[in-house]
Write a new protein. Structure first.
Length: 209
């Protein structure tokens, strides 16, 4: 009996250690606990561990603005362009949340702005984060890049009523005539969502035919 119990304990011990490490990694990333995660990585834990939704540790850090942790994970060669179950990258998640410093850290490390899905620029405009929009454009983002479905940054800003972002995108040369796969322009979207001030601005910006 004792022998069988010992075998059972030995068989299950590695699982408990792995499970504990996994929980510590995910929880630490969510909390931005660099001090907790550093020794786990040093002992060989995977820097690309994911949670139940496919978010890597770097995505979790990026989403919530944990700058020190993001730098640590990048130092351990975290995959910069990994995508979660929704198709989003760490850079896209940071852009959506307006995490300006994290966006800079990721772009400087080599994160791509052109992976499939919703581009970081469109997400930044969707969230109304003008500083992030300006930074991404400065770093080479295509101002007319679109998401799956054809939504551009200008459309996203118009949809959510971000007047300042719309003005900035127009000043930078955003194409007013682009349309979604459904045939909607930024003006159509602004009118449908009741953003009348943006609609007026877009109408005034149209070149006479």
């Amino acid at each position: 009996m004792k022998k069988h119990l010992l075998i059972l304990l030995l068989a299950t011990a590695p699982f408990r250690v792995v499970a504990g490490t996994y929980d510590d990694l995910v929880h630490g990333a969510q909390m931005g606990d660099t001090a907790a995660i550093r020794p786990l990585l040093a002992r060989g834990a995977s820097v690309d561990t994911t949670d139940g939704e496919g978010n890597t540790l770097l995505m979790l850090a990026a989403r919530d603005g944990h700058e020190e942790l993001a730098r640590l994970l990048i130092d351990y060669r975290a995959k910069l362009n990994a995508r979660n179950a929704a198709g989003d990258t760490a850079l896209a998640m940071a852009a959506l949340r307006g995490q300006r410093k994290i966006v800079e850290i990721l772009v400087t490390a080599g994160a791509s702005q052109t992976v499939p899905g919703w581009p970081p620029l469109v997400y930044a405009a969707f969230g109304g984060h003008q500083e992030v929009v300006a930074y991404l454009l400065e770093k080479g983002a295509d101002i007319n890049v679109s998401s799956e479905g054809g939504m551009t940054a200008l459309m996203a800003a118009a949809r959510n009523g971000h007047l300042t972002v719309v003005r900035a995108l127009l000043a930078s040369g955003a194409d007013l005539e682009r349309r979604t796969d459904r045939g909607d322009s930024a003006l159509d979207i602004a009118q449908r969502t009741g953003n009348s001030e943006i609609a007026t601005l877009l109408m005034a910006a149209r070149k006479p035919r």
